[in-house]
Design a protein around this ligand. Sequence first.
Ligand code: ZN
Length: 441
Amino acid sequence: MSTVVRIVADHVYVNDDDGTVLSAGVVEIDGGLITSVEPVSGSRPRGEGVLDLGESILMPGLVNAHAHTPMSLMRGVSEGHSLLTLEGWLGAIRSLEAHLTPELVPASVAVSCAEMIASGTTTFADQYFYAEQYLPVIRDSGLRAAVAYGIVELGDDDARAAGLAAAEAFLESAGDDPLVRGWVGPHAFFVDNQLEAIDAELAMARRHGAGLHTHYGTSAEEEEACQRDYGRSALSIMREIGLFDVPLLLAHCNAIARDELALLAGTRATIVPAASVAMISGAEAPPVREALDAGVNVALGTDNWCGDNNADLFEEMRTLGKLAAFTAKTPNSIPPRELIALATWRGHRALGGSDDDGRLVAGAVADVIALPVGALHRGPAGAQSLASALAYGASGFSSTDVMTAGRWLKRDGALTTVDLPSARAQQQRDFDELMARVRAA
Ligand SMILES: [Zn+2]
């Protein structure tokens, strides 16, 4: 039996550098890959293996390049705190995380995966503790993921040895599944992972063909530590030891040195701004326009959802677009087509995907989503580009269909892989248990 699927839609947003839209178009998928993308000429295809989505836009699925899926367990608790500062974390999260145990995590990971799928995300990068505990939940969701094992060692020999050993065991157990891969997750270089740990983490990533996922430049802490301890800038040290030669996610980068962005140009490092979190936290705006102009790869992340932000990357696109224009005092500082690029092919590049991934072209991964035309609230024909309507008018939760690697994760408005009501009910029981522990302490 053929596994070929041909998806027809009124508009196919190819996501190439020319902004091509096929109206209508047909995308053929076979074995997890896109095999052809063509305009519909004459009558629309029909018959076996053809799915006609009618008045819809078909586009590449979105990539969330910085998430902490277990933390939906604590959504809301950090309201009024900035988790980008140590003080905020101590005030809002530490007292809960101190009582967290692995069995309280999987249901929240399922909730997070379900919300990502529901809002059109098909690939994500995760970083947290207990990754070995919840890897099966991510596999069951059908999402494509790089799951980084969180490491905090604070210069302590025992903590470093234990963290590295656990990460190594996790990477071995994750195996070579091409859809859900194990990565290395130092929480923050030079802040809670010292140079000895960083060297070992880089070597581990190389051994396993994995990447590194860390926080960087949430404040100037790394820079101050490196100037104090080594008399040099953090980015120059990171470049010299080879950190930019492997896939490296630098989440946030609010305080990254503007005059050193060129050190990242053309490397495998990606900066991952989380615009909503930056704004909610009252942090500095990350220099996204400057990074792109310098030739640095940039992807989008939501960060954790503790501060009441949400999973919807369309929301992140327009939040970043507005933040960049507001801070630069330049309209359209990051144009809509470029915002979509940050949420799609640049995210795949960040995670080590091919140059075609995140576009609707033959050879790319079959990660696609569909939104009804009416959900875009688009201006009159000829007045507003489709890219503008997507970036500024769409809600990811209005997506009807979501596919990763040729498998439907949401079909005709319904999730197909995650039982969200059950996961939410378990998450509530987990939260109640966590709070009972906090009260009893
Ligand atoms: Zn984070």
